[in-house]
Design a protein. Structure first.
Lengths: 307, 305
């Protein structure tokens, strides 16, 4: 009898434990736990499924037919590697993101240092100006840049050149935001100490301030890369013809008619590229945090950036 | 230090910071402010007599507001009012739903997540760095006629036959907008809820408030700035959104204002109309933008004191 009783108890235990867990008034709010995890599943599972179908062996984007790398490079005509229009989009996206990152980061770092140390009405209005591109709906910027290149700056051809100029314009502000937090936490003391020891102001910036900013500069490079490679609206408005179509532009035109999972494969490559960039940025910031013996996590810094 | 040296140092000090900022500022003036003015100039330009496309009127004295007259006429006589109204309704509903989903998530992560906090934050940040169009593509796959959503709904017995989710359905577009923009709402909410001092809530409980009362009368009011900032942050891009509806519905029945702009700009002779619509959209969202800039300025003032 007692053996049967224990067995019954064993069987009942998970359900009973679940009930006790749910109705425990002293623990954390149970509803919120479930809700939060449900939200996270909802926000990520659809994307995971889309990535999975990029590896589908068959042509369907809704029925799983086994794993293959066919749509990445094996298929001789339709894979991302061999379809000329998909490959061109990949190359264009990477090229744009690299150029944008290389132009926007120095521009943004200098702007951030200037704005953090310079005070006065000029600084305040420059700060305002810097915030505007962040909150202007992208379509407004797309139309504006398109019209200015067509009607005023005629020497800028629509296509890669115009796209880089456009991307840099909205990426600079993000670089400033990433740099700003670091600049405030470093403070002026170090430069002033260097100058007391005989450095000129310029030397103090170059040999003292900049090295302290390196982690944030790396993070800026990566953020600029990720922001640029993810952009759709500006790239679409400023592309001259199909030869300057980027991956997001291709996704826009092909998502509904796409004949094959190659489009999922292309989207997944984009995903891997920006995830890699952001993971790298978080890692670099996390390492510098640790080196300085600060607690907390770089992920939290990132969440607070309000990008 | 000799006098000229000192003078040089002071001069250096005064000009170094502005000159570091100068390239960025000049860039933003030339490629942000000037283009915005170009939109106005094209919208106010008289149409080219031969090609029909607008010629920009750079001089304010030569402005010709006839394009705006046409648009406002269409808004009030009925050709355009439905698109503007639909945009408003979509944005309002999607923002409200986003808040309903985003607030509990932000609240849990900020105040109760404990040792899962960093993991949860990472998972919440992830959608930011997944391309928006890819996230829509994911739903195009799921909602297609033979997609997983129809399969599951038919298996459970809610549907008898597959439903055409992707043709002109308001609920699909709103789902897309919510799915697309919720993450942008969660982070400002998280920041606001995280800032609330735990002791304030404990004080409320000590003074006899139930946990629900403490929430409604202390936590919620203290997070109201985060709620407003978050709503503004998602509403601004939503007002300019045209791709969500195109991808998830592709029907004129669900077009938003952004779609009209895109179409006008891409058709020959339509750039005057496109520019005028952009100005209308911009003045529409200007209130939201002003509020946001004001709240940022206030926050940085508070941070400094």
């Amino acid at each position: 009898l007692s053996a049967a009783g224990t067995e019954l108890g064993e069987k009942r235990r998970p359900a009973a434990r679940l009930k006790a867990w749910w109705s425990n008034p002293w623990g954390k709010p149970r509803f919120l736990i479930l809700f939060t995890w449900a939200y996270i599943l909802w926000s990520l599972v659809p994307v995971a499924i889309a990535v999975q179908f990029g590896f589908n062996a068959g042509r369907s984007r809704s029925t799983w037919q086994g794993f293959s790398l066919r749509w990445y490079f094996q298929d001789p005509n339709l894979s991302v590697l061999h379809d000329p229009s998909l490959r061109a989009a990949l190359v264009q996206s990477l090229q744009l993101a690299a150029l944008t990152m290389l132009v926007a980061t120095p521009l943004g770092v200098a702007l951030a240092i200037g704005l953090a140390r310079w005070s006065g009405w000029g600084s305040r209005s420059a700060n305002f100006l810097m915030l505007f591109p962040l909150i202007t709906p992208e379509i407004v910027m797309g139309v504006a840049l398109f019209l200015v290149f067509v009607h005023l700056f005629g020497f800028v051809q629509l296509g890669t050149m115009a796209q880089v100029l456009g991307h840099v314009t909205f990426t600079v502000s993000y670089v400033v935001i990433v740099m700003r937090g670091r600049l405030f936490s470093v403070g002026r003391e170090y430069e002033e100490a260097a100058m007391d020891l005989g450095a000129s102001r310029w030397q103090a910036i170059r040999t003292v301030l900049l090295p302290m900013l390196y982690p944030a500069i790396w993070a800026s490079l990566m953020v600029a890369f990720a922001i640029s490679i993810d952009d759709f609206v500006i790239s679409a408005f400023l592309m001259g013809d199909q030869s300057s179509a980027t991956i997001p532009v291709k996704l826009y035109s092909a998502a509904r008619l796409a004949p094959s999972p190659a489009i999922n494969a292309l989207a997944s490559i984009l995903l891997f590229a920006s995830m890699f960039a952001i993971a790298f940025a978080i890692l670099v910031m996390g390492r510098s945090r640790k080196k300085e013996g600060k607690g907390g996590s770089a992920v939290e810094d990132f969440a607070r950036l309000d990008l | 230090v000799s006098a000229p040296d000192e003078r040089r140092a002071v001069g250096e000090r005064r000009w170094l910071w502005p000159s570091l900022a100068a390239p960025g500022v000049i860039w933003l003036v030339l490629l942000f402010l000037v283009p915005l003015y170009a939109v106005l100039a094209v919208a106010m330009g008289a149409p080219d007599p031969i090609f029909g496309d607008a010629l920009p009127a750079w001089n304010p004295l030569a402005w010709d507001p006839s394009e705006f007259g046409t648009i406002f006429g269409e808004i009030f006589t009925g050709q355009l009012d439905i698109v503007f109204l639909r945009t408003l309704v979509y944005v309002a509903v999607a923002t409200f739903l986003s808040l309903l989903i985003g607030y509990p998530v932000a609240y849990y992560v900020a105040r109760h997540a404990g040792r899962y906090r960093v993991l949860l934050l990472m998972l919440i940040i992830a959608p930011f760095w997944i391309n928006y169009l890819m996230r829509m593509l994911a739903w195009v796959n799921l909602l297609s006629t033979d997609g997983y959503v129809n399969q599951v709904l038919m298996f459970v017995g809610i549907l008898d036959a597959p439903r055409e989710w992707l043709v002109g359905k308001h609920e699909t577009v709103i789902l897309g907008l919510v799915y697309g923009y919720v993450p942008f709402l969660i982070l400002p909410l998280f920041a606001a809820l995280d800032r609330i001092d735990q002791r304030v809530i404990e004080a409320a409980r000590d003074l006899g408030a139930s946990s629900a009362q403490a929430f409604w009368r202390v936590t919620l009011p203290l997070s109201s700035q985060g709620i407003l900032a978050g709503c503004v942050i998602v509403m601004l891009p939503m007002f300019g959104d045209y791709y969500t509806a195109t991808l998830l519905s592709g029907s004129p029945k669900t077009n938003m204002v952004g779609k009209l702009i895109e179409q006008s700009i891409n058709t020959g002779g339509g750039s005057g109309r496109g520019a005028a619509l952009t100005v209308v959209l911009m003045s529409f969202v200007a209130i939201l933008m002003t509020y946001y800039l004001y709240s940022v300025a206030r926050a940085s003032r508070e941070a400094r004191t």
